[in-house]
Design a protein around this ligand. Structure first.
Ligand SMILES: Nc1nc2c(c(=O)[nH]1)N[C@@H](CN(C=O)c1ccc(C(=O)N[C@@H](CCC(=O)O)C(=O)O)cc1)CN2
Length: 253
């Protein structure tokens, strides 16, 4: 189940957040590139005349991953086991969240998993949500649980993430799972960075000894992706996390 849980869910459509640093041409000068009142994006592009973008067909990769997970699940089922059961809890009416959860559940079903959505109104109290999670934790027919974020403002996100039983926490947002991940002994890995790593591996983008710049500093995405990419035997790259306050000069090769 852990392997299926890890590889499920979301694959980003593009890999724009990760790029190898290109070499600058010999006539490049900071004054020419930074002195024109250009936007941050223009400055970035001006300083990287050799940078070539490549659009990645994430959908094709996602289909291949789903087919492989479906094979694993059908192996379990033909061995007499029941299909793993993923339950998503969603609180409120956030449009994007509805779409994300719908897509995750469709993907799970396509892989042969049982998928359940528990949808609750935004007026749900924190204690009621905690009760739901305790019940799901005790339910032997539920293997994986995710609580879609964001939650309404009256619900404390960290309290909820830490109420998902760590052995069913497919998002790996529970503090125990963050600790396991950071100490190099992951039980689950957050889906988005794992999806990016999967794309890098499947496209055989070399990372060994490379410099990688990650344009995202969130704990669940940029930070986790940097950890994966610099880890021994996983990415073996040198990673730089940058954000809106990063000095663009740090990006020079
Ligand atoms: N329980 C969870 N809640 C939330 C998660 C999560 O992983 N688990 N992540 C986000 C929402 N989300 C998936 O649920 C999600 C949203 C956006 C992306 C992403 O990679 N976006 C790309 C654009 C991709 C595209 O081209 O469409 C980007 O922003 O650059 C990944 C995951 C919050 N809640």
């Amino acid at each position: 189940m852990a392997a299926a849980g890890l590889r499920l869910s979301y694959l980003p459509r593009s890999l724009s957040a990760v790029c190898a640093w290109p070499r600058l041409p010999s006539n490049w000068s900071p004054a020419r590139s930074f002195g024109s009142g250009a936007s941050a994006r223009e400055q970035f592009l001006y300083t990287r005349p050799g940078l070539k973008s490549k659009i990645i067909d994430g959908k094709r990769i996602a289909e291949a991953v789903k087919a492989e997970v479906a094979d694993e699940v059908s192996g379990l089922v033909s061995g007499g086991k029941r299909p793993p059961h993923l339950t998503a809890v969603i609180v409120g009416d956030d449009k994007a969240s509805q779409i994300y959860v719908g897509n995750k559940m469709k993907a799970a079903e396509k892989c042969g998993l049982r998928a359940t959505i528990l949808k609750r109104d935004s007026s749900l109290e924190q204690n009621e949500l905690l009760d739901i999670l305790h019940q799901l934790g005790r339910d032997e027919l539920v293997d994986g649980i995710l609580v879609q974020l964001p939650l309404p403002p009256h619900i404390h996100e960290k309290t909820i993430c830490n109420a998902v039983p760590p052995n069913k926490d497919v998002d790996a947002f529970h503090i125990d799972n963050i600790g396991h991940f950071c100490s190099g002994d992951p039980r689950f890995v957050p889906a988005t960075p794992l999806g990016v790593l999967e794309i890098i591996k499947r496209l055989r983008v070399p990372t060994f000894g490379k410099n990688v710049c990650i344009a995202n500093r969130s704990k669940n995405i940029g930070f986790t992706l940097a950890t994966l990419l610099h880890s021994d035997g996983t990415g073996d790259a040198t990673t730089l996390i940058c954000h809106r306050y990063s000095n663009t000069l740090y990006l020079l090769p």
